[in-house]
Structure formats: C-alpha cells, structure tokens
Ligand binder design. Structure first.
Ligand code: GLC
Ligand code: CA
Length: 547
C-alpha cells in the first residue's frame, strides 16, 4: 500500500503471552494472533511486532532464547509462524520479530558447550573471565546486572566467571568474536528467508563491552537499585557497536524492504542523541531507534514539545524518527495519565500526527490500564526482586480485554496473569459499539493517517502558541499544510499562533477542521478576534489549509 512501509505504517506491539489464547492453557499463542488479524486490519495497523516467540525457559518470558530458529511450544510451531506470515501479508500487515542478540538463555546449546570447559569450539562465544585474587570476591570488575546482583556469575564447571547484563540465566554473547556474529546472522537469515519483514533489536546498544572491562563510574541514580547507581559507559554504548550495526544493515539490505528498529537502553529519563546515533548517517545502521523519554515525561504541553523537539533534532537529516507511548517494560500511558480518556485521546493524536513511525502497544487503543496484582501473583523477575521499589512489569502485561465474558474473550480458562478487574466494561467489543470510545477514536485517526500523505510524509515544524497549555505544529507536503493543536490543559484555552521565521500571527481562517477529539469534522475553527482561537479542555484538532 505504501511506498516505504516502515516509514508510513503504524506498528502494533503484541506481547504474545497476553494477546489471544487459542488452546485453553491460559497463555496467548500464535494461532490466537492469527485469529485477531482481521481486528488489526480493521484498526488500520500496517505491521505487528511480536515480543519473542522462540523456545525459552521463560526466566525472562522469552527474552532468554534457547534456540533462535524455532518456536516455543507454548506459542505454537514453525508452521504456525509460516501461517501467521502468510495470513498477515494477505491483509497487508508486515511481521516484525523481536531479536535478542545481546544474550541467550543459559540453556542455549552454545552456552551449554561454552560453559563445559575452557577449551571447546564455543569457548569464546560468551564473555568469560578469571577470578581476580583478593579483589571483590575475585570479581572481574564492578558491573551490576540490571535484574539484580553482580553482572558476573561463577561457573564451577568451567572455573571462570561469565558476564550477564540481566539475569544469571541470560549470559551475554561475545560480539567481539566474529564466529558469534556469523552464527547470529545465520539465524537471522533463517527468518528473513521465511519472509519476516523486520526485527526489533533488544538492548542493541549493549552488544559490545569495553575491551579492557573498566569499572563503570558511580553516580547518584534515579532508584536505589545498584545497577542505577552506575553510569553505564563501559557495558553499553561502546563505539565498536556501530561497525557491527553497519555490517548488520548490509546483510539485511541484501533482502528487499526489510527493517531494523532498535531498543537503545540509556540513562533515565532518556538520551535521544545517543539513541539517534544508532541510525548512523540515517542510511547505514538501524532504520529506526526508540527514544523512551516520553514514557516518563509529565503531562505538560511544554515538556512534550521539548522532548519532541530534541528528538527531531537528534535524528539525522536522512534518518527517520519513530514514536512510542507504551511498551512491555514501562507503565501504560493511560495509567500514567490517571486513567483519563481525554488525555489518552490527546496523546493518541500527538502520536499519530508526528513525522515518523508510530508504535502502539496492544490494548493502548482501548485504554487498557496497568493491573494491580498481589505479590503472590508476580511473574516478572524484576518485580520479584525489587518490590516494593519496583512493582515489576506484570502490570502492563495483562491479557487483552476483548469482551465482557469471564476471561475477557482472551481464553476460556484463568489466564497466566490476572485480568484487569474492569474488563467487563472496558473491552474491545463494548468500545466497538460506542462511537465516542477510545477505540473508535484510534480507528478513525488511523484511517485518516493511512489516507493522508501529509500526516505520513510531510515536514514537521513547531509553531509558537500564545498559550502555554497548547502544543501546536504544522505538517506540510506538496504545498498543503495541516495544523495540529493540542490543548493539554484541563480548561478551555484561547491562543494565537505565530509561525517562524516571520513571527507574525498566523491567519487561521484558511484552516478547516479535518478531525477533532470531540468527533467534529468539517467547518472552521472556533475563531475569536485578533487571530485567536478557542479550544475546549483536552481538545485536539487537525486542520488543513489548501493555500
Ligand atoms: C529489553 C526488553 C526487556 C528484557 C530485557 C532483557 O529491555 O525489552 O523486556 O527483559 O531487554 O532481554
Ligand atoms: Ca495457548
């Protein structure tokens, strides 16, 4: 449908365990996803990204891969994946897989072999170090693991420490060993050959470690977790990673029309310039990189503008931004907004009118909130370790709420994580029947974007608004302008706009309303004297001027 699908389409992230169960074990699976493709097509989604579906001991729910070329039986089979690819493509939906390349599971054949002795064909596939006598229990350096404890675990069998940036069951691969890179690329080709359209690359800025394993400097961190009390300059973002990504991009470019989007793990609340650096010159490393700053930015027009402005400036001229409000690692947007559907609509309008590829996290379109669950029901290792400082990531991974039945249409049995208690009223089916619902709002906005090349491809520039609460910008393509106004405030707002470089007041009378958060389309804006306009509380407008 689009010329460059990964720039123009909206991507939908599926957490496979929680999307749709097809065989009554309470866990979502691939046949379940296939059965919901028509829904995604209706919604206007152009690509799905699946969190990992490979065989895994599930210590980190799939982010600990034990075989990159197969499917975990809990999710289905390779045949199911082939069917998913074919059925998605039939509906013009691309399929993106999650690739976890920084580490494997400790049950991966490579690690079993590598840890068996100091001298075996896979001995350099992971990062092994001798005990240092007399020093910090002999630890090789001061690095911590993100999920608790030191980053080094001793293997009695091999008589050495191995490095793990996350759980001890997730040993880090040695990307300085070319044989590792070749082996991973061969596994990636396996999926490219099957017709997978792209990959989301897990913590891709951590693949290369400091050559001499220097200690990370200490700092006062955002949380008391030891991992957060260090600056990760030697275990992440090493300059050598860029050459690896350039090689990766070359390999992927041998195939037609494939895409790489990277998760760049940076210091909180975000380092957009660092994220953007993995786009290389905009054409030779990743196609897209996530900046997560907005996932912890408070609700405020100025703050959102500053974050977006910095991100736009960070992305290289020939690169392409992408945008995200929620994912499987952070509290959901609607819960950050205190459950306010008005804010959720405004945020959706922000997300879907930026220049760049928007990513939607499953359930975001119905305003599914984070669930509250008792500690006895915790699944996520992060929550188990760090509660109450960190509730873990279970709250944002609850089963999709399809309808008002006992198990929300997700399964016919009690699911692996509890359902949101409000699922009886908050679900896809009830929102489909309600024209004013968040779901129908997303549906209409996606339809607009999918048919509007100005929103998909136009340039973007902020215009100044005389009211602090109102965020305003212009998109422009082929001489046609669209003006977006977002009132972040709880009260009605009056504002005049001035467009750089002249700084003169913009003439708003030429603009017609294309789309509004209150459902109004057509007609002119609510204009007052002196070029000012009136917006309702949390009102957002998309307006077009043909002149
Ligand atoms: C990424 C994933 C997260 C996972 C971690 C380790 O941050 O998004 O879910 O736990 O990497 O693979
Ligand atoms: Ca299942």
């Amino acid at each position: 449908m689009f010329e460059t699908w990964w720039k123009e389409c909206v991507v939908y992230q599926i957490y496979p365990r929680s999307f749709q169960d097809s065989n009554g074990d309470g866990i979502g699976d691939i046949p379940g996803i296939i059965s919901r493709l028509d829904y995604l097509r209706w919604l206007g989604i152009g690509a799905i990204w699946l969190s990992p579906i490979y065989p895994s001991p599930m210590k980190d729910f799939g982010y600990d891969v034990s075989d990159y070329r197969d499917v975990d039986p809990v999710f289905g089979s390779l045949e199911d994946m082939d069917r998913l690819i074919a059925e998605a493509h039939e509906r013009d939906i691309r399929v993106i897989l999650d690739m976890v390349l920084n580490h494997t599971s400790d049950q991966h054949a490579w690690f079993l072999e590598s840890s068996s002795s100091q001298d075996n064909p896979k001995s350099d596939f992971y990062i092994w170090k001798d005990r240092i006598p007399g020093n910090r229990k002999g630890l090789p350096n001061n690095w911590y693991a993100c999920f608790g404890g030191r980053a080094w675990t001793f293997s009695p069998q091999r008589g050495q420490y191995y490095l793990h940036s996350f759980l001890a069951e997730q040993p880090d691969l040695n990307w300085r060993n070319d044989a590792v890179v070749e082996a991973l690329f061969a596994d990636i080709r396996f999926w490219l050959d099957k017709g997978i359209d792209g990959f989301r690359l897990d913590v891709i800025n951590a693949i290369v470690k400091d050559e001499t394993f220097r200690d990370n400097p200490r700092m006062i961190g955002p949380t008391p977790r030891p991992y957060d009390m260090q600056r990760h300059i030697f275990d992440r973002n090493r300059p050598e990673a860029h050459a690896k990504l350039r090689r990766f991009r070359k390999m992927v470019d041998e195939y037609e029309d494939r895409m790489l989007v990277g998760e760049i793990m940076v210091e909180a609340p975000g380092e957009p310039e660092k994220a953007a650096s993995y786009l290389g010159d905009g054409t030779n490393e990743l196609h897209l990189a996530f900046d997560f700053t907005l996932l912890s930015t408070k609700w405020n027009a100025r703050a959102w503008r500053n974050v977006a402005d910095r991100w736009y400036k960070a992305v290289p001229e020939s690169g392409w931004p992408c945008w995200v409000l929620s994912n499987h690692d952070m509290p959901r947007a609607i819960s950050r907004f205190g459950g306010d559907v008005g804010k959720a609509k405004l945020a959706a309008m922000f997300l879907l009118t930026q220049r760049g590829t928007p990513f939607i996290y499953y359930g975001e379109e119905i305003g599914m909130p984070d669930i509250k669950l008792p500690r006895s029901k915790f699944q996520d290792p992060l929550g188990k370790k760090y509660w109450p400082f960190h509730p873990g990531r279970d709250p944002e991974r609850s089963p999709m709420q399809w309808d008002g039945t006992e198990y929300a249409g997700f399964s016919d049995t009690s699911p692996w994580l509890p359902l949101d208690t409000a699922h009886e009223s908050l679900n896809v089916s009830s929102q489909m029947d309600n024209p004013a619902s968040l779901l129908n709002f997303y549906h209409a906005l996606l339809a607009l974007r999918n048919h509007d090349s100005i929103l998909r491809l136009g340039t973007h520039r902020f215009v100044s608004s005389s009211c602090d609460e109102v965020l305003t910008y212009v998109r422009e393509f082929d001489g046609v302008r669209e003006l977006i106004l977002l009132n972040f405030g709880r009260k009605a707002a009056v504002c005049a706009l001035s467009d750089a470089p002249t700084g003169s007041t913009m003439d708003l009378s030429a603009f017609r309303i294309l789309f509004s958060t209150d459902g109004k389309t057509g007609g002119s804006m609510n204009l007052l004297d002196n070029g000012r306009c009136l917006l309702g509380a949390h009102q957002g407008l998309i307006c077009r001027s043909d002149t």
